[in-house]
Design a protein around this ligand. Structure first.
Ligand SMILES: [Zn+2]
Length: 139
């Protein structure tokens, strides 16, 4: 599983620490959305796993039409210190990605490596490869 977790860390998200290196972030067709019960359930799971607590209602959620572009490359999701989570619309229900962004929120920034390894729900290798294939074939 380790290579998959590394891929998710590299491509998965632009966090507060990464964002400071970017000069532009474009999330095309970005629109505000209400989180689903799955999103709240993942938030509660991550609260329990990390031992950190925050108000779920304080997060503002957005989806983007296409992969989110930054000058540091394309990412699937972004968390910002204003407690905005922007996800690629096609990955809105990807549990590992949602859990990852939620952990940024719980830690108000970077996620301790040990915590990410322990708390990120395992995603099947097949699912990950299919998603990566879509990204690679995307012009
Ligand atoms: Zn991240």
């Amino acid at each position: 599983m380790k290579p998959l977790l590394i891929i998710l860390a590299l491509l998965g998200c632009a966090s507060v620490s990464a964002i400071s290196q970017f000069h532009s972030v474009n999330a095309y067709g970005q629109q505000a959305v209400y989180p689903s019960p799955m999103h709240e359930a993942l938030f509660r799971m991550m609260e329990e796993c990390t031992g950190e607590q925050r108000d779920f209602e304080g997060i503002r959620w957005f989806v983007a039409d296409s992969l989110i572009e930054t000058d540091g490359g394309r990412v699937w999701g972004i968390w910002t210190p204003e407690r905005r989570i922007v996800l690629d619309g096609s990955l809105w229900f990807l549990p590992g990605l949602v859990a990852h962004e939620v952990m940024h929120d719980l830690y108000d920034g970077p996620i301790p490596q040990e915590v990410e390894r322990r708390c990120t729900p395992q995603i099947s290798g097949t699912t990950m490869l299919r998603i990566l294939g879509q990204i690679e074939s995307d012009p």
